[in-house]
Design a protein around this ligand. Structure first.
Ligand SMILES: [Fe+2]
Length: 287
């Protein structure tokens, strides 16, 4: 299929009536009558990918996987293998060789196609159900090195392998439940920082070395190398309170990164924080 707008995202994939209805629902999620987050999901419309889209996937996969083999967390690499991520084609979300088919028996997590940006409440509602809202379009080939918004390479290649790990899987669902429950700006801001410095830009210590696991690093050829090697990056030991108190900027390489000892450390810290949020809700006491 020819793409008349080769310089932009393949919007034919998401802009039909189904995509518009799903986006409208997501935007209103939480209002009376808009409580079923599954109505924000769409089909992948796999036939809509162009040959150039498939080629873009192969280039990105080849370029990044070689580097990651020696530099990503073992948990990420094992996850990518167990969901059978391959270079040859853009991943299927549904069907016999889809990431969801392989993920379901491991942790129960699923990737659900969405038409675009989800407001925070809708996003958290997905995570609380062990469902990951997934962008299905892929970046244009001419923007292969950098795209400011998520695409399927960021969302599937970057995020989903960790969802195959039972410890990370539990952490992410607990995060979603806590974030959905916390409706004051204080906790919302802290939780956004926690997501940023772990799920998006986290490092972990394995075998005496820092390794990558955050999707923003995993899916970025430039920043993945910078995060591990640049002397200008301040790599700090993970501590939940410190992370929640650290602000971030989005439009350049991260000057501060936090390093986990293990995913159990992250899960346990999240459980403690989630309990605090839930208790605070119960007693109306500010945390
Ligand atoms: Fe992300």
């Amino acid at each position: 299929m020819a793409n008349s707008m080769s310089g932009s995202l393949n919007h034919a994939m998401i802009d039909g009536p189904q995509g518009r209805a799903a986006q409208e629902y997501a935007n209103r999620f939480g209002e009376p009558g808009f409580g079923d987050i599954t109505k924000a999901y769409i089909g992948q419309n796999y036939a809509g990918y162009t040959e150039e889209n498939q080629e873009t996937w192969r280039i990105l996969y080849d370029r990044q996987m070689e580097f990651l083999a020696d530099n990503a967390s073992r948990v990420y690499l094992d996850g990518a293998a167990s969901i059978k991520l391959v270079r040859d084609y853009i991943p299927f979300l549904e069907g016999p060789k889809s990431v969801n088919t392989f993920l379901m028996p491991l942790t129960g997590w699923q990737s659900k196609a969405v038409p675009g940006y989800l407001p925070a409440k809708a996003f958290f509602a997905c995570l609380a159900r062990r469902e990951f809202p997934t962008t299905i379009v892929i970046r244009p080939k001419q923007s292969i090195d950098y795209l400011p918004e998520p695409d399927i390479f960021h969302d599937i290649f970057g995020h989903v392998p960790l969802h195959a790990d039972p410890v990370f899987a539990d952490f992410l669902q607990t995060y979603g439940k806590a974030a959905l429950t916390a409706d004051d700006p204080h906790h919302t801001e802290r939780l956004a920082r926690l997501f940023w410095f772990t799920v998006e830009f986290g490092l972990i210590r394995e075998g005496g070395r820092n390794r990558l696991y955050g999707s923003g690093l995993i899916s970025s050829p430039g920043e993945s190398k910078h995060a591990l090697a640049s002397p200008s990056v301040d790599r700090r030991p993970f501590d939940l309170e410190t992370v929640c108190g650290t602000s971030f900027e989005i439009d350049h390489y991260q000057p501060i990164l936090y390093v986990l000892d293990s995913f159990e450390q992250l899960r346990d810290a999240m459980n403690t924080y989630a309990n605090r949020i839930l208790e605070g809700k119960g007693s109306k006491a500010a945390a």
